[in-house]
Design a protein around this ligand. Sequence first.
Ligand code: AP5
Length: 213
Amino acid sequence: MNIILLGPPGAGKGTQARHLVETRNMIQLSTGDMLREARTSGTEMGRVVANVMDRGELVTDEIVIGLIREKLEGDKAGGFIFDGFPRTLPQADALADLLSSTGETLDAVIEMQVDDAALVARITGRFTCGDCGEVYHDVTHRPTVDGVCDKCGGTNMKRRADDNEDSLRQRLMEYYKKTSPLIGYYYAKGQLRSVDGLAEIGDVQKAIAAVLD
Ligand code: AP5
């Protein structure tokens, strides 16, 4: 089964994708994570990507489609979770072409509905384990022992350079201008399912499970 998690920054896409990886043996394909890896590569491309991301703008379609193409050639396990991809209509068309060229289908697009007021608090309070990627929050989802990851025991907690109010404003603008048209696109294709992303993390997990089952 291949699915897209669609929603603005902070909607909870990464949090839910990690749960699906653990419970359904799916593979999370986060273009944000891939780009954060690329920015540490020391290449010219990495420097360009870092500047664009820190401003909260979108990286070019060509770069992200290339990253996804490479991943689709690898292990498919229980299917792919596209997290943060596609973000533009050309990316959506490219994904359809890539999947059909490998005989795969897109089974559901899950829109995580949230409101902007909640996103500021979520994004400014977020930190992640630098070792395993587990996502935490200063208020709503703290590790049991401060500074120690519940999942892997790592102590290397990190905050993202673009998790501040200025970048978030730009990221939201990009979302409404370029990504939200995908809601209509997938609705018209009969693939869109919506869940309440403002519910508690466990309730969002259940709502997504109900869609997938
Ligand atoms: P990316 O890394 O994809 O970031 P994003 O879309 O802005 O999404 P986030 O990772 O910020 O949020 P999320 O929805 O995963 O929320 P999370 O689960 O962490 O992209 C970063 C940048 O890369 C982009 O700005 C762009 O420059 C570039 N990029 C990436 N993909 C691209 C593409 N395809 N094309 C072009 N450019 C691209 O949750 C957030 C916080 O809320 C956490 O602290 C979590 O604990 C908490 N939380 C989660 N769910 C709940 C809940 N239900 N209740 C309470 N708290 C919750």
